[in-house]
Design a binder for this molecule. Structure first.
Ligand code: SAM
Length: 244
């Protein structure tokens, strides 16, 4: 059926491609892809050939209207190089404009590195904030971390090997000795999740940038030291009222 289809693809292990995603990739009239070389390999894996239109940060504004126009009569599948489109990847403006044009939007959910890392880290998952990539310049990075310091939620960052040491040092500096995890190469042969307080992780990776793709997960700030006087008073009053 005509419309926009958001298709999640594997983040490393090709077996994680869902049957529904494979079916869509094989049948869509056209694929809007981040990098046609990467998506070609995936198509080869499922024995399909489909027309592809590059859609990435550098051409998105120009290509978007053409894609929206095609959705009136064709099925367009949006595919990233890996994982879920729109998550630190292009796509949200395509969805916005498709909705505005009355085009049906369907999602075919699947792998996402942020969610996969949360399942490995052993840190609270009831509230989390996905913070994407930290800025690479030191001052902007410190400012971004300071802005997140008071948030009572687990924090999730995407990072690359060469920048990991600097990012962990800045996180240790800005957030203190919170527990954290470095999840690497998820779903691939050398999948690894290392958990330790931030300063220990910063020391471990300071001079040894690891290979591969990385997610950093950081625990929420600790509970406040002691309950305030008001809360203690309220608890006492409540306890007194219950006395026989
Ligand atoms: N849209 C993707 C998703 O759903 O996860 C993320 C795209 S973003 C451009 C790429 C970043 O995701 C990498 O730099 C890394 O931080 C993270 N990532 C992707 N695959 C990963 C994997 N197999 N293991 C760990 N992190 C991964």
């Amino acid at each position: 059926k005509p419309g926009l289809y958001i298709v999640a693809t594997p983040i490393g292990n090709l077996s994680d491609l869902s049957p529904r995603a494979a079916d869509m990739l094989a049948r869509a009239d056209v694929l809007a892809v981040e990098d046609s070389r990467v998506t070609s390999k995936l198509l080869q894996h499922i024995g399909a050939r489909r027309p592809m239109i590059p859609y990435h940060d550098h051409n998105a504004d120009r290509v978007r209207p053409e894609l929206i126009a095609r959705m009136a009569g064709e099925s367009v599948a949006l595919v990233s190089d890996a994982g879920t489109p729109l998550i630190s990847d292009p796509g949200y403006k395509l969805v916005r404009d498709a909705r505005a044009a009355g085009v049906p939007v369907t999602t075919i959910p699947g792998p996402c590195a942020a969610i996969a890392a949360l399942t490995l880290a052993g840190l609270p998952t009831d509230r989390f904030l996905f913070a994407g990539f930290l800025p690479s310049k030191a001052k902007a990075r410190a400012d971004a971390i300071a802005e997140l310091a008071g948030i009572r939620a687990t924090l999730v960052f995407y990072e690359s090997g060469p920048r990991l040491g600097a990012a962990l040092a800045a996180l240790a500096e800005g957030l203190g000795p919170r527990d954290a995890a470095v999840a690497r190469e998820i779903s691939k042969a050398y999948e690894e999740a290392v958990t330790a307080p931030l300063p220990d992780l910063a020391a471990r990776y300071a001079d040894a940038p690891p290979k591969g793709e990385i997610v950093i997960v950081v625990a929420p700030p600790g509970e406040p030291e002691a309950a305030g006087e008001d809360e203690v008073d309220a608890a006492l009053r409540e306890a007194l009222e219950r006395l026989p």
